[in-house]
Ligand binder design. Structure first.
Ligand code: UD1
Length: 419
């Protein structure tokens, strides 16, 4: 079975090192397509989304090599612009290849992007960017095609915040002739990291970290080696695992500066932490307060990716909590599963109402998407008895080895040995 077995009801207590960031490395891999040479990504997480992306890059003509956690991408042989349907539909982040492929090949063809089932996830904002670039875009029978013979610098104002569409616009601008001005950009850390990475490749970008970016087009990029930043969502997930079990854990290499909103929520629940020699030391023995109201938001607000892990903690804190999901319209797939474990959570539209109580019990539950799957692991760690979390493959899209990490924190967790 594609599952994880957890013996819960035990405090986590230990140290874990945080892996490289999925959401930062995937657009960097897209950016490597813009370069007719070698890109080296150090500290790259070996997760299934990265593996899918390497397969797509190979289909485009790139050569890929791994040495431990260092990923070498040689883009000199890239000569194709078609992403086969089997890869594109599996992974939404392939969407950022649109901008890179237009820059490098002046065209692309890809299936409508897939990914986690968390709401409608349209691509209209991405297509608007491509149209601002002057690309001809058409969609027929689930295939998206675009072409732009001589990409030139463009102006684009985002009508709504979108991380992926901002990344796409930046990537589309890199090889466009002249200057591109973007307004209303998202400011998530992963976008800042993408800009830093492109700067290391020789691109000039002004306004990094703000909603207004100006990119000067550059055809010749440099070979670059870049350290992938730590994953703020993985760090937040393990912080929540510590909170759910009232444990004392140390997160090495946690990107604390990017975690302000989840650390605020943690403190409000009664958690205490300090940062010492680059480590986040979190003491959850006092976690006992519900959250009367909390909402997800774009950065620096509470990341939507941590909404389910937080719900798993709140389910076990006596009292009423109220969570509003403002980013995605359907990101509560975990709730029926949590309720099977004894939680009491009701949903009305974007609002989740939690009547927290101690004493979740072990259960056989199913992951339906990546972060919800990780949240079920958290709930199972806090629950009495044995749980089985089915559909482990969703979790492996973003967590390199959640069982090993949770074991380092003292949890009793293993891959189902019948696998
Ligand atoms: C990225 C992250 C994902 C995170 C999300 C929000 C990656 C690989 N994924 O996803 O983990 O949860 O940011 O922080 O980095 N939207 C549209 N039209 C579009 C695009 C988006 O309406 O063309 C909507 C979405 O449905 C959603 C909202 O905009 O409601 C935000 O989505 P967006 O920021 O684009 O998320 P992703 O880039 O897909």
């Amino acid at each position: 079975m594609d599952s994880i077995i957890i013996h819960g009801g035990k405090r986590l207590d230990g140290t874990v090192r945080i892996q490289g960031s999925k959401n930062a490395v995937l657009p960097m891999m897209s950016a490597s397509v813009l370069h007719d040479g070698v890109t080296v990504l150090e500290g790259c997480p070996r997760i299934s989304d990265v593996c899918f992306m390497t397969e797509i890059l190979k289909c485009l003509g790139a050569q890929i090599r791994w040495e431990g956690h260092t990923l070498f991408i040689d883009g000199s042989g890239i000569n194709a612009s078609v992403i086969p349907a089997i890869y594109g539909v599996q992974m939404r982040s392939s969407v950022t290849l649109m901008g890179s492929l237009l820059g490098r090949m002046h065209r692309f063809e890809m299936p409508f992007p897939g990914g986690c089932v968390i709401g409608k996830r349209p691509v209209d904002l991405h297509i608007q960017v491509l149209r601002s670039l002057g690309a001809k875009v058409e969609e027929k029978d689930g295939i998206l095609r675009a072409s732009c013979e001589s990409p030139e610098g463009f102006c684009h104002v985002f009508k709504k915040k979108s991380v992926g569409a901002t990344e796409n616009a930046i990537l589309a601008a890199v090889r466009a002739k002249g200057k591109t001005r973007l307004s209303g950009c998202s400011v998530e850390p992963e976008i800042i990291w993408l800009c830093r990475f492109l700067e290391a490749m020789g691109v000039t970008i002004r306004g990094v970290g703000t909603e207004h970016l100006m990119i000067t087009g550059t055809v010749r990029l440099k070979d670059t080696a870049f350290e992938v930043p730590a994953d703020r969502i993985v760090a937040g997930t393990y912080l929540m695992a510590g909170a759910a079990t009232r444990g004392q854990i140390i997160l090495e290499h946690a990107p604390v500066d990017e975690m302000t909103s989840i650390l605020d929520a943690y403190k409000k629940m009664g958690g205490q932490y300090e940062v010492s020699s680059g480590k986040l030391v979190a003491d959850s023995r006092g976690v006992q307060k519900p959250l009367p109201y909390i909402e997800t938001d774009v950065y620096p607000g509470l990341p939507t990716d941590l909404q389910s892990p937080l719900l798993a903690v709140l389910a076990g804190i006596p009292g009423s909590s109220h969570v509003r999901e403002t980013v995605f319209e359907d990101r509560y797939k975990i709730i029926p599963q949590l309720n099977r474990m004894g939680a009491s959570v009701t949903v009305s539209g974007r609002d989740a109402y939690v009547e927290g109580q101690p004493g979740l019990h072990g259960e056989k539950v199913s992951a339906r998407e990546l972060r919800g799957g990780a949240a079920l692991v958290i709930a199972a760690l806090s629950a009495q008895g044995e749980s089985q979390v089915l559909n482990r493959h969703y979790i492996e899209r973003g967590y390199e080895d959640i069982c090993k990490d949770i074991c380092s924190l003292g949890g009793e967790i293993r891959i189902d040995k019948d696998d």
